[in-house]
Design a binder for this molecule. Structure first.
Ligand SMILES: Cc1cc2nc3c(=O)[nH]c(=O)nc-3n(C[C@H](O)[C@H](O)[C@H](O)COP(=O)(O)OP(=O)(O)OC[C@H]3O[C@@H](n4cnc5c(N)ncnc54)[C@H](O)[C@@H]3O)c2cc1C
Length: 381
């Protein structure tokens, strides 16, 4: 067993820390006020090589899961809202294209998406179906040369800024439940697409957008993967994105922990630094140990991805534990700041809210437990 992080990743992370210091931190409060991230930041993230999918020859390839997780953790320490923009672009949208797009689609959109010039998102959830992925109702009717999409995707991260969406819809309403859906790559600048930005308090400055499709035409060659396999395909994307979202959640915990760690050394109460109250010092130790545990579980999931092993259970365990631990850590860290923590502009304020968001994306905690249980039962037989 080797716990050493490869030198190349460590060097990259040092470069990333410089990038965050010079390119993100100076403008973060402006983006937070405007609740929008500029297009140029997506280009800079691409140019810096901070996305987990790259182009090789004419095809897309996936980089190391460990490297991607460490990048997500680092970004989320300072801004879970910036980290999720990158994650939704790469691990939801681009991952759909990577896993299920034809070579021609890779050639057409891959390079531009990897550079952050074509922004991507994934729309599956509808008002009537979130955890129950198979229950979506958006229709895809076969027409000459393609498909006609009608319906609404209720919650789409990057929906406001994306050029391309990976969208699930019912192509075969008469088929049995597991074969009703197909997955499409949709040009969101097509006529018939309407976007409504939702007013949310989490993961600022990312957007959460409702996408409405009225007779949106999708050409035949933009069907992703196989007709009738949309459910299995979107679940495969979510299984994969659970690893980086676990890392993003861990980074959210670490960001809050670091702020609290700094504050307890400075703040005096009853004539003592908070750090000198042993009850609080022990809380610090407790949360440090839990963060370490969550990171080891996450790194095991990354290792499985990088070895090409089945990581279904490992990714759910990583996401489940990182959310549980981040909930505790961020609420504790906010408490350390007392009343100041409730003020919107205070740096600690957003961390507990961002864990709330993370607990929902890529499956709630109940859904993670369901997957862990199913895998457990498979392995028991
Ligand atoms: C900030 C944010 C960003 C998002 N971004 C995207 C995006 O980019 N694309 C996208 O498609 N979706 C996105 N979503 C939607 C997200 O994936 C769903 O909210 C999530 O899957 C839960 O679905 P739901 O909201 O319909 O809740 P429901 O499925 O209605 O769940 C309600 C409750 O029932 C529980 N529950 C559900 N099923 C079971 C079960 N079988 N056993 C036990 N308990 C169960 C849940 O845990 C939860 O407590 C986003 C959501 C948020 C908050």
């Amino acid at each position: 067993m080797d716990f050493a992080i490869p030198a190349a990743i460590t060097q990259d992370l040092n470069r990333l820390k410089d990038f965050i210091r010079t390119q993100i931190l100076p403008d973060l409060s402006t983006w937070t006020q405007k609740r929008q991230i500029p297009d140029t930041m997506l280009h800079l993230l691409g140019a810096g090589g901070w996305y987990g999918i790259k182009v090789k020859g004419e095809r897309l390839i996936r980089g190391s899961a460990l490297r991607e997780a460490m990048i997500a953790e680092e970004l989320a320490k300072v801004s879970p809202g910036v980290a999720i923009v990158a994650l939704a672009h790469v691990d939801l949208g681009l991952m759909g294209l990577f896993l299920f797009g034809s070579q021609r689609l890779h050639q057409t959109y891959g390079a531009s998406a990897v550079q952050g010039k074509t922004v991507m998102c994934l729309g599956n959830t509808e008002n009537i179906a979130g955890s129950d992925v198979a229950g979506v109702s958006m229709s895809a009717d076969k027409v000459d040369g393609g498909w006609m999409l009608n319906g609404t995707k209720a919650y789409v991260t990057n929906g406001l800024i994306a050029d391309l969406g990976v969208i699930t819809a019912v192509s075969d309403p008469q088929a049995e439940r597991n074969h009703r859906l197909s997955m499409y790559l949709v040009n969101l600048k097509t006529e018939g697409v309407r976007r409504k930005k939702l007013n949310k308090q989490v993961w600022i400055p990312s957007d959460l957008t409702r996408l409405r499709f009225d007779n949106v035409f999708v050409p035949d060659d933009h069907l992703l993967g196989t007709r009738g396999r949309g459910l299995q395909q979107v679940l495969e994307v979510f299984t994969s994105s659970r690893v980086p979202i676990a890392a993003l959640t861990l980074g959210t915990a670490v960001g809050a922990f670091n702020l609290a760690h700094d504050h307890i050394q400075k703040r005096t109460v009853f004539g003592k630094k908070i750090l000198d109250l042993q009850a609080k010092a022990f809380e610090l130790s407790d949360f440090y140990a839990k963060i370490e545990a969550a990171r080891l579980v996450l790194q095991k999931a990354c290792w499985k991805v990088d070895q090409g092993e089945d990581f279904r259970q490992a990714s759910s365990v990583a996401k489940y534990l990182s959310v549980e631990i981040a909930r505790e850590v961020t609420l504790w860290a906010a408490d350390i700041f007392g009343a100041a923590s409730v003020i919107f502009e205070h740096p600690i304020h957003k961390y507990p809210l961002d864990v709330w968001a993370a607990s929902l994306g890529e499956g709630t905690q109940d859904v993670q437990k369901l997957i862990i249980f199913r895998e457990l039962m498979k392995n028991c037989r």
